[in-house]
Design a protein around this ligand. Structure first.
Ligand SMILES: CC(C)(COP(=O)(O)OP(=O)(O)OC[C@H]1O[C@@H](n2cnc3c(N)ncnc32)[C@H](O)[C@@H]1OP(=O)(O)O)[C@@H](O)C(=O)NCCC(=O)NCCS
Length: 185
């Protein structure tokens, strides 16, 4: 689906644009993915594991725009991507297609300004509009900022996988699974 452009305001009164990335944003999205992979340990890929070409990234963006059940939302500072969330189904079978999972990332220089909250609010709204009944997230157990954001938005802890992630320094990190009911009463 395509999320139309809207203006959002951060905690420090800066205005940015929230919208779905278009195919022409492929280079900017790729640059974002590479940069953020090097800024935090809390993503599943290291920068060298981001292997997409701009053409491939453009195809992925096109799929997200076309498909009824996929959502990609960016926040833009001019042409620069500064945050992205995406929502995709956990499965396509009858028994699983009411569940979606979300990912969310913000550039480090823009952390703690409320951009994560804007992205997650929009992801929750759009997922509900698409008919999903539950939204799920997974997070490194020591990622306090993300846990705070998800709990603020009503996600609850529903399980933990020990040593789910192994970082290059040899350390292991548990994974916490979180879920939120999207029913509207
Ligand atoms: C997690 C992430 C998306 C949050 O984005 P953000 O724009 O900083 O989020 P927000 O500013 O909306 O909210 C952050 C919250 O964490 C709080 N916070 C900041 N540092 C914190 C800390 N060390 N411990 C606990 N909470 C903290 C902030 O105060 C804020 O809560 P509040 O609104 O109640 O004051 C961002 O930090 C990020 O991209 N991190 C790297 C990738 C990542 O971890 N993604 C999630 C993978 S599951």
């Amino acid at each position: 689906m395509r999320v139309e452009e809207e203006k959002i305001t951060t905690k420090n009164e800066q205005e940015y644009v929230l919208r779905s990335p278009e195919r022409e944003d492929a280079e900017a999205v790729l640059a974002f993915r590479r940069d953020v992979a090097g800024e935090t340990i809390y993503l599943t890929r290291y920068p060298y594991e981001i292997e997409n070409s701009p053409e491939k990234e453009g195809e992925i963006i096109g799929n997200y725009l076309r498909a009824e059940h996929l959502i990609m939302i960016g926040i833009f500072d001019g042409d620069r991507v500064i945050g992205i969330t995406s929502v995709s189904p956990v499965g396509l079978t009858f028994k699983t297609r009411h569940r979606a999972s979300a990912e969310i990332v913000v550039r480090k220089e823009y952390w703690n300004l409320g951009l994560g909250a804007h992205l997650l609010d929009k992801a929750i709204r759009c997922a509900g509009d698409l008919g999903y009944e539950r939204l799920e997230l997974s997070v490194f157990a020591d990622n306090a900022r993300a846990l705070r954001l998800y709990k603020n938005k009503g996600f609850v802890d529903c399980g933990q996988i020990p040593q789910a992630f192994k970082t290059m320094d040899g350390n292991y990190h548990d994974e916490i699974m979180m879920t939120k009911n999207l029913w509207r009463f």
